[in-house]
Design a protein around this ligand. Structure first.
Ligand SMILES: [Zn+2]
Length: 294
């Protein structure tokens, strides 16, 4: 039985879609009302929202590793917020919020992507249900998944990062705002129906993308950028990248090719916030999961 759902926005203060959706739901909480569950809407990083920046001291969505939450020496603004949020929604072993929806935007062309905390059967069934409603939705498992991950979603095994894009930082997009709002309502309907013993029908097989590696930009020995995402790869998130296809273009016009041996499906291509993390592209593998066998 899922008793409590937390909807979180503003984990990154300049990702406005989640900020304004959560503020709307705080103003009109009746919109989240469902018979069988309690919903809370929460702005996770209010100080970053106030200055329209990703974070104040450090990335809040990397502050939820179990060891960091327990470390009283970590006292940055975001480390303190993470501890407060973990008190409110966690702890990881037995979270107060059974389901967590953490709303993000990306500058990459990822459409609406659901990144679950784990491959828990509930998550796969929910993914299959959403996929049957919205054939374009993508289900993606990060390199760091499971509850040891440092993301806010890891407070619950039924936690999800919802990434929506492409949207520039500090900008709203009406179509994507409404699509995300509708998606959250469909998730609440699914949870409510499951609670009431009337599970909504799902597809038998779900396609997921599993992250396998991060790729950095070309850089010189001092770490200075030497190139950019190749124009043929820009905005091609979730499209197949074949061995020998171009990934980067250097400032002097030289192409750098994908040297792997298998077809991969890049995501977070040229994400603005990942330059500082030295990630240009996240490579994923496409997998089919048969729910009958789970
Ligand atoms: Zn974000």
């Amino acid at each position: 039985m899922i008793q409590k759902v937390a909807i979180v926005g503003g984990t990154h203060g300049n990702e406005l879609l989640g900020v304004y959706l959560v503020k709307k739901w705080q103003e009109f909480p009746e919109l989240l009302h469902r018979e069988s569950l309690e919903c809370v809407a929460l702005i996770s990083n209010p100080a970053a929202v106030a200055i329209n920046q990703r974070y104040v001291d450090r990335d809040l969505n990397r502050c939820f590793a179990t060891n960091d939450l327990a470390n009283q020496n970590l006292t940055s603004y975001e480390d303190q917020r993470a501890k407060e949020i973990a008190m409110q929604l966690g702890p990881k072993e037995q979270p107060l919020a059974d389901v967590i929806l953490d709303l993000h935007t990306t500058t990459s062309n990822m459409g609406i992507s659901l990144l679950p905390s784990s491959k828990h059967p509930f998550n796969l069934r929910l993914a299959a249900y959403l996929h049957s409603l919205y054939p374009d939705i993508k289900i993606c498992f990060g390199l760091q998944h499971g509850q040891n991950a440092p993301m806010l979603r890891s407070l619950s095994p039924l936690g999800y990062t919802i990434e929506v894009g492409p949207i520039a930082q500090g900008v709203l997009n009406a179509d994507l705002f409404q699509q995300t709002e509708q998606l959250v309502h469909e998730i609440l309907n699914y949870v409510d129906a499951t609670n009431q013993g009337n599970p909504l029908s799902e597809a038998a097989v779900v396609t997921v993308y599993q992250a396998i590696a991060n790729v950095d930009y070309p850089r010189d020995a001092a770490g200075e950028l030497r190139g950019m995402v190749h124009p043929q790869l820009q905005f091609q998130d979730y499209e197949p990248l074949h061995p020998g296809q171009p990934m980067f273009l250097t400032f002097t016009g030289e192409e750098i090719l994908y040297a792997g041996e298998a077809v991969v499906y890049p995501v977070f291509i040229n994400e603005a916030a990942y330059y500082e993390k030295q990630i240009a592209i996240v490579l994923t593998e496409k997998q089919q999961i048969d729910l009958e066998k789970e």
